[in-house]
Design a binder for this molecule. Structure first.
Ligand code: PRX
Length: 656
């Protein structure tokens, strides 16, 4: 799979067009024209169609204080009402909402009525502890019915949730708890992944013990494995005990459309992750709308998004979008390679999944696994229930796209390559399966109403065929509202003055000269994308230099990786002489673990190289472009005349 195959065009088949919510390019173009003609009216129409409002809004977009845009601001609603009650009220209470498959294969189904009852009991439990509208609740839990119900319960009482991915370390969890000022943490005793029991509650204990989390009054623990745990009196409670006597109904807290539904931390180009704040009304609209149009979700579909609820994909396309539409979806606790690399395919077969949404990294690693072992090749499974495939999180290379299309989609399923971000709340540039001709490797065209464009450094449009900076010209309902507690950073990061008031995505892109199709060329800032996970280079550098005993200086860059998209490569100067051989290996392993403890295992550098110094200009600036070339294993052809210490390059090229 080393050479990408040449690109082809795949027109939507008659089957994909038939009955699609958006069928044919003419339908797509009509929607784009409607939005062009009156942006605010277009979104208002959809907000009335897709969201049930307690109090209808009278104004669509309020752009009186850019870039702090508001949508549907005088309307009130409740996200959990929209995801649960309204389907039960419509007589769909007996429909399966979630099909949960545990790591070990046990399956639990919950209907809309059951999920509503569970959500209400958790909501009442939270209320009994004094948690109320506007409070923040951190959720540190693995994939589970209770994870989804906990998010819904927070939404129900107007508490703002902040889910922290279960792979983050105690230190990262602590930082997020402190930044949110959370009053409660919802967790589980343990999580189970790949047959292993891993701690959750113990990490919460460790995080709280690190200090700075005095806001936390309650820790609620869901029982997953039954592990013995120390419970702090007055602070820790078992969820099942708390909710045992709670009623199964709970009047939703009707919140203003702009009320923060959640905060989700993501990496930026500085050391500190930012708390992306999302609204209730606009966010929910786009989560529901994109689930309907991009995934063409129908009443009898079995939808499976493999993301974790700790990431934005798990928010929009597990916790909110499919539920807002009354769909049936899979929630999977485990990993794609356990008990073997056929797990995804077996689950598609067993549950008759019709829409499957995953990340290119997963596809690439499963291609490798299938090529190495016939027994886990997708052809051994019946995947005929599939009708649509999706990809998210990073560019999908044409060869992986073709394999996915042929081997998983049987050549008949369209692939929606969805470009979006934590900050955008939902899909931004994506094919619509019944309309858009597909080109492998391209996320094709903007979602109707999303004014994506490519500009130069001064905000002027660049012609198709010429690369530039990806922006969104007009505000859209599910956009980030601010960075929690740091509105200045929000403005600076996303609305730099030179870009004429456009939203700066942070990615480079190019449009095809003929078709205008978008291809994302990668981040233009210091953000890496490793296995579809966003990591800031500065964040990893800070983690490395915080090992003050060993590390004097560190610089982190990304390099292309066949499986994970990008890999993390760290260049380190130690406080002791530069190590070689076994000693270098040992220290590299130590530093990897250090980063794992500081941030989480996903941030561990793949390569660590040691030097007596880093390549610097005479004014002391680290020359990162040289480090990027070294990381890739390229010969240095760039001009190194401004380099103070050229000899260092050879040292740094040595791998451990
Ligand atoms: O670089 C882009 C890449 O992932 C970044 C957003 O990461 P995150 O906020 O973690 O959200 C991931 C899930 C939506 C983007 O700035 N990215 C995401 N989707 C694609 C992509 N790059 C290329 N193609 C995509 N489909």
């Amino acid at each position: 799979m080393s050479e990408d195959t040449p690109t082809k065009v795949y027109e939507p088949s008659a089957a994909a067009r038939e009955g699609a919510h958006v069928s044919g390019m003419a339908a797509y173009e009509r929607l784009v024209a409607e939005a062009d003609a009156d942006h605010a009216a277009y979104w208002a129409r959809l907000a009335r169609e897709f969201v049930t409002w307690k109090k209808p809004f009278t104004q669509s977009l309020d752009d009186s204080n850019p870039p702090f845009f508001k949508w549907f601001a005088d309307g009130t609603l409740n996200a959990s009402y929209n995801c649960l009650d309204r389907h039960v009220e419509a007589g769909k209470g007996g429909k399966t909402a979630l099909i949960f498959e545990a790591d070990g294969g046990e399956v639990t189904r919950v209907t809309y009525s059951e999920l509503l009852a569970r959500t209400c009991r958790i909501a009442n439990g939270l209320k009994s502890l004094g948690v109320k509208k506007g409070d923040r609740v951190v959720i540190y839990i693995s994939m589970s019915i209770d994870g989804v119900a906990a998010m819904q319960a927070c939404a129900r009482i107007g508490a703002t949730h902040s889910v922290v991915f279960g792979g983050f370390s105690a230190q990262s969890l602590r930082d997020r708890i402190e930044d949110t000022g959370a009053v409660a943490v919802i967790t589980a005793d343990q999580q189970v992944r790949g047959g292993k029991q891993l701690p959750l509650k113990a990490i919460v204990d460790e995080a709280l013990a690190l200090g700075g989390c005095d806001s936390v009054k309650n820790v609620l623990v869901v029982r997953r494995t039954g592990a013995e745990l120390p419970m702090a009196a007055g602070r820790d409670r078992w969820m099942h005990e708390l909710i045992a006597q709670q009623p199964e109904t709970c009047e939703p807290e009707w919140v203003e459309a702009e009320h923060p539904l959640f905060l989700l931390y993501t990496s930026g180009s500085t050391g500190k992750p930012k708390g992306v704040q999302h609204s209730t009304g606009g966010y929910l609209l786009h989560a529901a709308l994109t689930t309907k149009w991009t995934f063409d979700l129908k009443d009898d579909d079995i939808f499976w998004c493999t993301a974790d609820i700790g990431w934005v994909t798990g928010h929009s396309y597990i916790a909110y979008g499919p539920l807002a539409l009354g769909g049936t979806e899979i929630v999977f606790e485990g990993v794609p390679t356990y008990p073997d690399a056929g797990r995804f395919w077996k689950m598609i077969q067993d549950h008759k999944v019709s829409i499957f949404y995953t990340a290119p990294t997963a596809i690439r690693s499963l291609i490798k696994a299938a090529e190495g072992n016939e027994a886990v090749h997708p052809k051994r499974y019946d995947l005929s229930s599939l009708r649509l495939l999706g990809s998210v999180g990073e560019p999908i290379n044409p060869a992986a796209w073709e394999w996915y299309h042929a081997n998983i989609g049987g050549g008949r399923c369209p692939i929606v390559d969805t470009f979006w971000q934590t900050e955008t709340g939902g899909h931004m540039i994506t094919p619509l399966p019944g309309a858009t001709p597909l080109v492998p490797g391209s996320c094709t065209l903007p979602f109707p109403g999303i004014t994506a464009a490519i500009v130069d450094e001064t905000g002027n449009d660049v012609p198709n065929g010429q690369g530039g900076i990806l922006v969104v010209k007009k505000p859209w309902p599910s956009m980030i509202r601010t960075i929690w507690g740091d509105p200045e950073r929000f403005k600076k990061s996303y609305y730099p003055p030179e870009l004429k008031g456009y939203y700066l995505a942070g990615d480079g892109a190019i449009r095809d000269a003929k078709t205008g199709y978008f291809t994302i060329t990668g981040r233009i800032d210091d953000v890496l994308n490793v296995s579809g996970h966003r990591m800031g280079t500065m964040e990893i550098e800070s983690a490395l230099v915080s090992c003050t005993e060993l590390v004097a200086e560190a610089a982190v860059v990304g390099r292309p990786d066949d499986t994970t998209g990008e890999a993390i490569c760290a260049f380190v100067v130690l406080k002791r002489p530069r190590p070689t051989g076994e000693e270098a290996k040992k220290i590299a392993a130590e530093l990897r673990n250090w980063v794992g403890r500081e941030i989480g295992p996903i941030a561990k550098p793949k390569d660590i190289r040691f030097g007596d110094n880093l390549p610097k200009t005479r004014s002391g600036k680290i020359m990162r472009r040289l480090l990027r070339s070294i990381a890739k294993g390229e010969a240095i052809t760039q001009d190194t005349s401004t380099l103070e210490n050229p000899a260092i390059l050879e040292q740094l090229a040595e791998t451990n």
